[in-house]
Design a binder for this molecule. Structure first.
Ligand SMILES: *Cc1c(COP(=O)(O)O)cnc(C)c1O
Length: 359
């Protein structure tokens, strides 16, 4: 079913930028020629969708989003397949999650199909920017920010949604290689009853202090424990986390403090299809270390759209540094990475219906 997008206004740029070479990609440092913008006003709803040249916004210093962080975002990718077709991975799932994040932050719901139609128009216009080698992609970043200008604390009545696009290479400098992780013993990213299951800038602000301190000590990221007992594992940096102990694959359950990752869900579904033993259950950091001491901890990896699979090679908790799988990529980590990317780049048939096309 085609969504009616006849109200969409498209203003093309007269000054196209130079498209970066593959060696210049990095992650999220280059932006394409155009962006999508749409406003929300009370009594009218979402209105005035426009695709316009990528440019700065003029925003009042009293704007609610600056003061009280009423904002949400999401992050997804599109890929140029080996057959030259532009592919999306679980496109609708990302925009459904974006709507769930909206609800958590008192931001009005939007029509996901309609926004997807606008997004496709945007990508069509900036199609030349989609990098073509394996491991690269066009990263899609939708955001909604509160736009009322006032200092009283209440939910805004005006909002702006925008989508920007960035051609990207690998997320970590390490690429698809094991990273070194520090277990955070004091700080928390979120808490029970908080907004840890919404993709909102506030959660990222809360995570920076611990992440920077870990980086200064030579680690790539932190591993978060639950905020109440500092006992159970929750996430790794901005990724979900999986442990392979013996032949059981374990990931913490979604209990409100963890972001429901699309990559996490994809790994779970793939594991079930392969008849692997997969458990969504609480796992304590003590259990992880005990499994290591018994030689049963075989793999740890993070999952997220940016890195897909990020193997954890070293872990440090209470001053004790351990190596996982001799700091090498594990067998299952490699399997999930290869399988998911084979669908994304059109190297293998996707049996789940996860792939959709630009045209
Ligand atoms: C986005 C995100 C993830 C990963 O989700 P994906 O849908 O797989 O990209 C995990 N944890 C946090 C905190 C996130 O923001």
């Amino acid at each position: 079913m085609e969504t009616n997008i006849s109200n969409l206004v498209i203003k093309k740029t007269n000054l196209p930028k130079r498209i970066p070479k593959e060696s210049e990609l990095g992650f999220g440092i280059n932006f394409t020629d155009h962006m999508f913008v749409m406003d929300y006003v009370t009594n009218i709803g979402w209105t005035d969708p426009v695709i316009q040249p990528y440019s700065s916004f003029l925003i009042d210093p009293g704007c609610v989003v600056f003061h009280y962080a009423q904002a949400i975002f999401d992050g997804l990718k599109c890929f140029l397949g080996i057959d030259g077709r532009v592919r999306f991975f679980r496109l609708k799932n990302y925009f459904e999650r974006f709507n769930r994040s909206a609800e958590a932050l008192c931001i009005p719901q939007f029509d996901a199909d309609e926004v997807i139609s606008y997004l496709k128009e945007l990508i069509e216009l900036d199609k030349e920017w989609i990098p073509d080698s394996f491991g690269t992609a066009l990263y899609i970043r939708p955001l909604i920010i509160a736009r009322d200008n006032l200092l009283g604390v209440r939910s805004s009545k005006k909002f702006t949604m925008f989508i920007i696009l960035s051609p990207v290479g690998t997320y970590y400098a390490e690429g698809f290689n094991p990273v070194k992780i520090l277990v955070e013993e004091n700080r928390s990213r979120t808490c029970p009853g908080g907004i840890g299951d919404a993709k909102t800038p506030a959660n990222y602000a809360a995570s920076l202090y611990a992440a920077e301190r870990a980086k200064a000590k030579g680690f790539t990221q932190v591993l978060w424990l639950d905020s109440s007992e500092k006992k159970y594992v929750e996430e790794v940096g901005t990724m979900n986390i999986f442990f392979r102990i013996g032949d059981e694959l374990i990931t913490p359950p979604l209990e409100g403090t963890i972001l429901p990752g699309i990559t996490r869900d994809s790994v779970i579904k793939l594991a079930k299809k392969e008849k692997m033993k997969i458990s969504e259950r609480r796992i304590s950091i003590d259990e992880v270390y005990k499994a290591h001491d018994k030689n049963q901890l075989r793999e740890i990896f993070g999952t997220g759209t940016a890195a897909i699979i990020s193997p954890v090679g070293q872990l440090s908790y209470k001053g004790r540094l351990i190596s996982i799988n001799n700091n090498q990529i594990g067998e299952w980590s490699q399997f999930f990475f290869d399988t998911i990317t084979s669908y994304q780049y059109g190297k293998a048939e996707d049996p789940f219906g996860w792939i959709s096309y630009l045209e």
